[in-house]
Design a protein around this ligand. Structure first.
Ligand code: NAD
Length: 384
């Protein structure tokens, strides 16, 4: 038995088979040798709450789901052998090596149970394996979390909580500011950015937004302004990021953009960690240029987020430094984590899988050509 066998045994030991009490068994309707077989789904990076919501939803669908606690990665991809689909999350690796192994192992669908998909190599997947996602499950969950971070940092709730528990009822150092009348910069006015704008409008803030595709209809409905990034950096008291991570947004917030910001600006990131150059953020915090930061995501989060490391030594010096600032609030990618969000993620993911194996149109399929005129999905119902 070599090391890889030992590793594999260990991995298998932590897999759990789904509640097979599903009423109806969902079989593959497409033509081909697997027609009539029950759809088998390998579910990676499974947590107890995922299992609960997917098992509940699966009563309606009847897939055979096997839950693996491991991340999907080149080391664990062999676990997917014999499955029809894999279900992956934000910190799973879906690069070309993993994609090729999935295809070789007979997997035909990658179902991402998230809105963001920066972890998928779409060029490698094109014409080999279909990729579906959950484009919208609850924009409210993420926008509300962004505002929760803003209010907590502004009114120093994270400090007040510890003070009063320690019978320290002093309010020295807890001074906040009225949200009313402040300027909030919103980068990305898609589904989440739009909800954030609506909530923030309720506080009486002035909103400056930027999007590569501005939504003029929504702008005139709500009454905010679009502006270029430099104006937003210069005028915003608070900046909140709601754009996707891609080549054009990688390290959007870096030394140069921070230098153009208002002194003491509050920065909120519930988008993706790679939107911010963490080292530049640390410099900005140390100099006081950045007055506070609320981070639900972090560039190197896949090493830590979603797991309990409370009994180990932190080896990521950048994350350790960020956690040491008393004006930085880090949450572990939990913005999506509401009852409604989880329910909708499970339901849409199951529907995506069902549609694929029933041979239906794939509303939520994505590929690298989707944003170009070369996309054929509108005509054919699939990306290829
Ligand atoms: P969306 O696709 O509805 O909106 C994204 C918007 O960003 C679009 O309007 C798009 O035009 C715009 N955009 C694209 N490139 C841009 C650029 N260079 N500059 C400015 N705007 C740009 O997506 P959404 O549902 O609103 O989600 C936004 C992001 O939030 C996702 O991509 C994901 O990374 C992140 N997210 C995080 C969590 C969490 O739990 N923290 C949960 C869901 C989504």
């Amino acid at each position: 038995m070599d090391l890889s066998d030992v590793l594999c045994d260990k991995i298998k030991a932590i897999k759990t088979v789904a509640d097979s009490a599903a009423k109806a068994k969902r079989v593959i309707a497409m033509d081909g040798e697997s027609k009539g077989k029950i759809v088998k789904v390998a579910f990676f990076d499974a947590k107890p709450y995922d299992r609960e919501s997917f098992d509940r939803s699966n009563r309606e669908f009847g897939f055979q789901i096997v839950y693996f606690a491991n991340h999907l990665s080149p080391q664990t991809v062999s676990l997917a052998k014999g499955y029809d689909a894999v279900c992956a999350f934000v910190n799973d690796t879906v690069d070309s090596a993993v994609i090729d192994s999935l295809v070789q192992n007979g997997v035909r669908l990658i179902a991402i149970r998230a809105a963001g998909y920066n972890n998928v190599d779409f060029k490698a997947a094109f014409q080999k394996i279909h990729v579906v996602r959950v484009p919208a499950y609850s924009p409210y969950s993420v926008a509300e979390h962004a505002v929760a971070l803003m209010l907590s940092l502004n009114r120093k709730i994270h400090k007040a909580y510890y003070r009063t528990r320690d019978m320290n009822f002093s309010i020295n150092g807890l001074l906040g500011f009225d949200m009313h009348g402040k300027t909030v910069g919103v980068i990305g006015t898609g589904q989440i950015g739009k909800v954030a704008i609506k909530i923030l409008s309720g506080f009486g803030t002035r909103i400056l937004a930027y999007d590569v595709y501005p939504d003029e209809k929504y702008r005139s409905e709500i009454g905010f302004q679009y502006a270029d990034l430099n104006t937003i950096y210069r005028e915003s008291d608070i900046l909140t990021l709601h754009c996707p991570l891609n080549k054009s947004t990688y390290h959007l917030i870096d030394e140069t953009s921070i230098a153009g910001m208002k002194d003491g600006v509050m920065l909120i990131n519930t988008g993706r960690g790679g939107l911010i150059d963490s080292k530049a953020l640390i410099h900005g915090l140390k100099s006081g240029k950045i007055g506070a930061a609320g981070l639900d995501v972090y560039e190197e989060e896949s090493d830590y987020f979603f797991e309990d490391f409370s009994s180990t030594v932190m080896t990521d010096d950048v994350l350790a430094r960020l956690l040491s600032f008393n004006n930085v609030l880090v949450t572990s990618h939990q913005a999506f984590f509401t009852k409604e969000g989880l329910h909708n993620i499970a339901k849409t993911t199951m529907n995506n899988i069902k549609d694929f194996f029933d041979g239906n149109k794939l509303e939520n399929e994505i590929c690298y050509r989707c944003s170009t005129n070369a996309c054929i999905k509108k005509e054919t119902g699939k990306c290829f």
